[in-house]
Design a protein around this ligand. Sequence first.
Ligand code: HEM
Length: 220
Amino acid sequence: MPTASDIKRASASAAAPQTRNWIAPAKVAVFIAMLYPLARIIVLGMTSGLGANPIEFLTRSTGLWTLVYLCITLAITPARRLTGVTALLRFRRMIGLYAFFFAVLHFTTYIWFDKWFDVAEMLKDIGKRPFITVGFAAFVLLIPLAVTSPKAMVRKLGRRWQTLHRTIYLIAVLAILHFWWMKAGKHDFELPKIYGAIVIALLGWRLIAWLRTRAARRRA
Ligand code: HEM
């Protein structure tokens, strides 16, 4: 999620006409491309291609794409720093909201087809199965980030907005725990290891950047 200084830089790039030339079509292209997982589910659903267990397919596909979009959201700042392309920040809110959208689809699949909207049964599951507990915590923490994503909320909350949006790192850790625990029963850690490594690298990068800024401030 963007920091206040990131937003200032993004606004500055918004003023440059050469940036404006490509940013709008690129945003439309990214918006359409990110609909791919949903389009795939719809096409497979209409052609009986969801496999022997369509509910499992839906849950897993929406869960994995939530994680992918979370990782891309977290990668925007490092990518911007490494490439110097400030305009990348203009895509972050949209990608973050896509992560939330797929998390809503993931949760809806669970509460609808797994629990048939039985809230008591769902709460029992949350208390009983640790992988559901952390998944649910990650989902609940995503809600305030989605609600406060409009620019008006960034202005209204000021520094508190930045602090709130740092929970994205905690959400990513909870998502990895959720994935890891879910796969533990099947002793299948290949994908959780890959995504775990990506999240650790992104968090590590952020930590190093923070330590460097702090040291520079002290020197100043
Ligand atoms: C940010 C929030 C979440 C993320 C990133 C996430 C991610 C994932 C991932 C990556 C998988 C495994 C996909 C695969 O097998 O390839 C998964 C599976 C699953 N998740 Fe989530 N999840 C989240 C929230 C939730 C919530 C809120 C619930 C329910 C309360 C939930 C219930 C499940 C279930 C039931 C499965 C499938 C278990 C199975 O097939 O055995 N998840 N999730």
